[in-house]
Each structure stands twice: as structure tokens, then as C-alpha cells.
Design a binder for this molecule. Structure first.
Ligand code: UD1
Ligand code: MG
Length: 436
């Protein structure tokens, strides 16, 4: 039986990430719509730890902002980036008095799943281990730390690639940067870490060996999935992680009944929801915080930005961009349209080339469109403006700010003027190019 121990997590996110060649802190780079570090935080939150401490330092404000709004996390500051052991020390300063298991994660391993972390913690507890690390065997071990074992296969330590002999560098089992430690053993071993290595840094990877020398039990758990431990240290690895996460997300959606015609050109960010029976056509980008209902159609060439809500059976198509837009049931906007800060009722048709002009150069304003409205092709709705239920706008109409269209009214022209409520007469008149 595994021992039950209180659980806390420390996430290392204080480094700059010099190999990214950017001023932006590495863990704030986005992967599949979320900052890299958020993926790690969400994965570990799945274990329901009592506490989650994120270690910040370089670009601290940006990293804290990247995690704003996620409940139950606290930040600890590592003033100077002296290495991962020093970062863990900073993290532990946020866990004073905690006695239990501390899961330590690099903030740059965004593909890790909760299930894998759970396996690590279970193995750690079952093995009554002082330290356990997740490893995996790779074809090309690259710049990862190598997991060293003796002739009998017992774990003997981790060696950073830069400190390896040629023989050690040939080892293909690598350290994922994901660990479980007994809190007391970790605190005590960290005091013994020295910086006499190629980079002159304090390595957390020295902790397992220190504990082994003290006669403690240490485990290297092979997680068997190369995918999850991909560490992101440069822009090429960032793209690789993005591709893998994107496919993972699309597979999950397809398993849940979302039809995706061309996964190769479909991007669906984390933190968005898509209902069953919805069809996504090629070249579609769906950002975080988007909710698409059931039996909708999205695409081809559609961009749904944060705050978009599509109710059931709504359809948006070619070159349509939406932002903070609620699109009612069965409402359609099929071509060349921008809908921003907009709410549209049910059964409305938004004609080709419609634009909600939501920005006056200083402020954003809202557009409200009712049920069963017919927005003619090329209409510009200058917000703030309302179009009532059952109303019609003629092709090319410019409905100016504050000139609300009454329910059932027909408006045409620039700026749009009322033709009264006789829908059929109105349409005839506009066709003749008549009365304005
Ligand atoms: C680290 C491991 C390596 C492992 C690899 C897995 C060490 C010494 N090496 O190497 O064995 O194979 O991860 O991906 O731990 N950080 C801080 N403060 C610091 C330094 C780093 O918070 O002073 C953070 C970074 O922001 C990053 C994480 O720690 O999120 C790992 O640092 P990184 O420099 O990426 O280590 P690797 O070289 O990848
Ligand atoms: Mg790394």
C-alpha cells in the first residue's frame, strides 16, 4: 500500500531561458494558447496538492501575469538564478512547516500529464523513497541530464550533459526534470549541493546522489513516454511542443464527437470548449476562452478569439473573425465578417462582409443584434448600436453609433435611414436603387 502523505508542489520558473534568444521569460512563451508554465501548473493541480509554489525571478511580473487567476498558487522569489537547486530552495521558503511529499517540476516541461505525475508519486510512496525522478529513454538524449546506473542497473546519479564523459554522454536514459522528494530529506540534501560543475550552478540533480550517499532510497522511474517530458529550451522545441499538444487536444475533441476535417490546419487552444456534433472545417484557429456549442459549423478559414460564444447550430465561415461575441442559436455569419464586442440573438443572418466597428480609437463599444435579423451584405454597424428583432439592413448600409434600428425596421444607405417596417416594399425599393 502506498503511504498517504501530504502533497505540495514547487514549480521552477525563475530562469530567463537564454537559449530562447529573447527578453521574454521562457516559461511565459505560449504553447497551444497557454503560457508554458500554466500547462505544468494545471497538470500538477490535478493531483490536488495542498500547496503549489511557483518560483519566479527573471521577468517575474510577466510570469505572475501568465498565471493570474489560477486559484491556490503562491509565488516565491529566487533573486539570482544560481541554478535549479537554488530555485528549489527558494520554493521551499514558501513551504515553511510543510512535512510530506514535495513534487518538483520544471516550468519548461509543458506536455506532462497529471496521470504521469500520479504514477511518479505513487511509486515514490510505495518505494518509501527519499527522492524519485521521472526518466525516459530517448533515441537522442541531446542536452538532457543523463541517468547513470551501475552494472546491476541500480540508479547511481544524474550527470548534466555538459559534465558528462564521452561514455556517460552515450547514455540514452534522461532526467525529465520532474521529481518527488520527501520534504525533510530534500531540505537537508540541498544544504550539501555545491556548484563545482561546468556551469558553476547549483543543480537539483545532485540531490538524488547526495541522498544515495547517505544511504537513503532513491528511484528513477522510467515513464515510458517520450512525449510528456519534452523540455522546451529553444524556439524549435517550443514549436515541437506546440505541435504535439495541438494534436493531443484535437484527438481529445474528436474522441468527444467533434468532427475535424483537417487536423493539420486546425488550431484549438487550451481552455476552449467545443460541443459534440460540431464540424470544424480546414484552416480554423480557435483561441482560449471560446465556447462553441453543439452541431455548429466553424470554418473554413475562421478565427474565433477569446470571449466568443457560439450557441448550438450557429455557423461561421470563410474569413470570419470574432472576439467577445455571442452568436445565437442557428445564427449564421458565413463570409468575410468581423464581429467584436457583439451579442447576436437566434436565427439571424449576418451577410457577407459585415463589420461591427467596435473601436473609436479610444474605447471599445458594443453592438447588439436581435433575433431573426437580416444584416445585408457589406453592412457596417458603428458601435454602440442596437438592431432590434426582425430588422433588416440593406446592402452597404452604415448604421451609425447610437442610431438604433427598431424591431422590424428596414434601414438602408450611408448613414442608414429607415424605410419603415414594410419589409417587402423596402427590399423592392432598394433593388430599384430608389427612395432613401
Ligand atoms: C534541467 C535538468 C536536466 C534535465 C532537464 C529536463 C538541472 C541542473 N538539469 O536542465 O537534468 O534533463 O532539466 O528538462 O536541473 N530555473 C530556475 N532558476 C534557476 C535555474 C533554472 O527557476 O536558477 C528553472 C527554469 O526557469 C526552468 C527549469 O528551472 O523552468 C529548468 O531549468 P533549465 O535551465 O531549463 O534546465 P535544463 O538545462 O533544461
Ligand atoms: Mg530546460
Amino acid at each position: 500500500m502506498a503511504r498517504r502523505r501530504p502533497l505540495a508542489a514547487v514549480i521552477l520558473a525563475a530562469g530567463q531561458g537564454t537559449r530562447m534568444k529573447s527578453e521574454r521569460p521562457k516559461v511565459a512563451f505560449e504553447v497551444c494558447g497557454w503560457p508554458m508554465v500554466r500547462h505544468v501548473v494545471e497538470a500538477v493541480r490535478g493531483l490536488r496538492p495542498e500547496r503549489v509554489v511557483v518560483v519566479v525571478g527573471y521577468g517575474r511580473e510577466m510570469v505572475e501575469r501568465a498565471l493570474a487567476g489560477i486559484p491556490g498558487i503562491t509565488f516565491a522569489v529566487q533573486k539570482q538564478q544560481k541554478g535549479t537547486a537554488d530555485a528549489v530552495k527558494a520554493g521551499l521558503s514558501g513551504l515553511k512547516g510543510f512535512d510530506g511529499t514535495v513534487v518538483v517540476l520544471s516550468g519548461d516541461v509543458p506536455l506532462v500529464r497529471t496521470e504521469t505525475l500520479r504514477t511518479l508519486v505513487q511509486r515514490h510512496h510505495r518505494g518509501r523513497s527519499a527522492a524519485s525522478l521521472l526518466s525516459v529513454v530517448l533515441d537522442d538524449a541531446g542536452a538532457y541530464g543523463r541517468v547513470l546506473r551501475d552494472a546491476k542497473g541500480n540508479f547511481v546519479g544524474v550527470r548534466e550533459a555538459k559534465d558528462c564523459s564521452d561514455e556517460e554522454r552515450a547514455v540514452r536514459e534522461i532526467n525529465s526534470g520532474l521529481y518527488a522528494f520527501d520534504s525533510d530529506e530534500l531540505r537537508s540534501a540541498l544544504r550539501a549541493v555545491r556548484s563545482n560543475n561546468a556551469q558553476g550552478e547549483y543543480y537539483v540533480t545532485d540531490v538524488p546522489q547526495i541522498l544515495l550517499r547517505r544511504g537513503k532510497r532513491v528511484l528513477a522511474v522510467d515513464c515510458g513516454t517520450e512525449d510528456e517530458v519534452l523540455g522546451v529550451n529553444n524556439l524549435s522545441e517550443l514549436a515541437e511542443a506546440g505541435t504535439r499538444l495541438r494534436w493531443r487536444r484535437l484527438e481529445e475533441l474528436m474522441a468527444a464527437g467533434v468532427e475535424i476535417q483537417d487536423p493539420a490546419t486546425t488550431f484549438v487552444a487550451m481552455g476552449s470548449q467545443i460541443g459534440r456534433g460540431t464540424r470544424i472545417l480546414p484552416c480554423t484557429v480557435i483561441e482560449p476562452d471560446v465556447v462553441v456549442g453543439e452541431d455548429c459549423e466553424v470554418g473554413p478559414f475562421t478565427h474565433l478569439r477569446p470571449g466568443t460564444v457560439m450557441k448550438n447550430r450557429a455557423e461561421v465561415g470563410n474569413f470570419v473573425e470574432t472576439k467577445k461575441a455571442v452568436i445565437g442559436e442557428r445564427t449564421k455569419a458565413k463570409h468575410l465578417t468581423y464581429l467584436g464586442d457583439t451579442e447576436i440573438g437566434a436565427g439571424t443572418n449576418v451577410g457577407c462582409g459585415t463589420i461591427t466597428a467596435n473601436y473609436d480609437g479610444k474605447n471599445k463599444h458594443r453592438t447588439t443584434i436581435g433575433n431573426d435579423v437580416h444584416i445585408g451584405s457589406g453592412t457596417v454597424l458603428v458601435a454602440p448600436v442596437r438592431v432590434g428583432d426582425g430588422a433588416t439592413t440593406g446592402a452597404g448600409a452604415v448604421v451609425t453609433a447610437g442610431r438604433d434600428v427598431a424591431p422590424g425596421d428596414v434601414v438602408v444607405g450611408v448613414p442608414a435611414r429607415s424605410l419603415g417596417k414594410q419589409k417587402h416594399a423596402a427590399v423592392k425599393a432598394t433593388r430599384k436603387g430608389g427612395k432613401r
